[in-house]
Design a protein around this ligand. Structure first.
Ligand code: FES
Length: 124
């Protein structure tokens, strides 16, 4: 990378990075699990493992799973966000391992949001 010599160089670099990130995000199917302290104490590891097992069982290799940290909604943990290619991001709350197959079957496979678990629809 060339040295940054001005504020404009920095702005251009930021803009390029933003475009790359936006492109990558919009072409991925993504499941994000809240793995902050409260998420883990609410059972996020079990939820994460169940998601990975379920995707594997159903051979859904085009869905990426990632984790995030604290987002300030302790009481709604375990939080699981689903962001499918070209669709709005949906946040599910108080997710248990028993909810996972419903989220995968209804939302990830059939595109039907599991309304009773929704806690928000953040900007993607
Ligand atoms: S520790 Fe719970 S949301 Fe941050």
């Amino acid at each position: 990378m060339d040295k940054l010599k001005s504020l404009d160089d920095l702005k251009n670099l930021r803009e390029e990075a933003r475009k790359t990130t936006t492109t990558r995000q919009s072409t991925e199917n993504l499941i994000i699990v809240g793995m902050g302290t409260c998420g883990i104490s609410a059972g996020a590891r079990d939820v994460m493992n169940t998601i990975l097992e379920e995707l594997n069982k159903r051979d859904l290799s085009d869905v990426n799973v990632t984790q995030t940290g604290c987002i300030g909604m302790c009481e709604k943990e375990v939080l699981v966000d689903v962001k499918l290619k070209g669709k709005e991001r949906v946040s599910y709350g108080r997710v248990t391992p028993q909810d996972v197959s419903r989220i995968i079957a209804n939302h990830v496979i059939n595109g039907q949001i599991v309304e009773d678990l929704v806690v928000g629809k953040p900007e993607s």
